[in-house]
Design a binder for this molecule. Structure first.
Ligand code: CMP
Length: 136
């Protein structure tokens, strides 16, 4: 079933020059790009995007990190796009959870600086796409 998911190449991925690598993996998997924008996000948008983590110990650091430089927001679509991108990304912790061959497993070391975000459910994807691309 065709789905849409919201992918972010976070500021660490942009500053390390990994945007092309991430997009290439998305395309090689067979997924399509439906929208894409390089953007520096304000605090309100970052807090809205990460609302489910509000109150957690890492929340303020996360918001500061995500607003600290340009990121690339992408709407990715295709068959089982939500799980397919999460498979490409690997687990949240780039060392303990993500395996080699995944984006985080190949390029990441720290949980916070884990390079990419991908929606975790159909509901999250709809909510997040509305935040980042309200016109879609
Ligand atoms: P993401 O998939 O975007 O969802 C929430 C983000 O919070 C996560 O990737 C990490 O960047 C960050 N995060 C999750 N857990 C921790 C943690 N324990 N310490 C710091 N950052 C975290």
């Amino acid at each position: 079933m065709s789905e849409r998911t919201l992918v972010l190449v976070k500021p660490d991925g942009v500053s390390r020059g990994l945007v092309g690598e991430v997009i290439s993996r998305i395309e090689r998997k067979g997924l399509r790009l439906a929208a894409l924008e390089l953007r520096t996000v304000d605090e309100a948008t970052a807090k809205q995007h990460y609302a489910e983590h509000d109150g957690k110990s890492f929340f303020n650091d996360l918001v500061e990190f995500i607003t600290g430089g340009p990121l690339v927001a992408i709407v990715v679509e295709g068959t089982r796009a939500i799980s397919a991108f999460r498979q490409l990304a690997g687990g949240t912790d780039p060392v303990e959870k993500a395996t080699p061959g995944t984006i985080r497993g190949d390029f990441g070391l720290e949980v916070q600086f884990n390079l990419v975000h991908g929606s975790d459910s159909v509901e999250s994807a709809e909510r997040e796409i509305k935040i980042w691309f309200p016109a879609l």
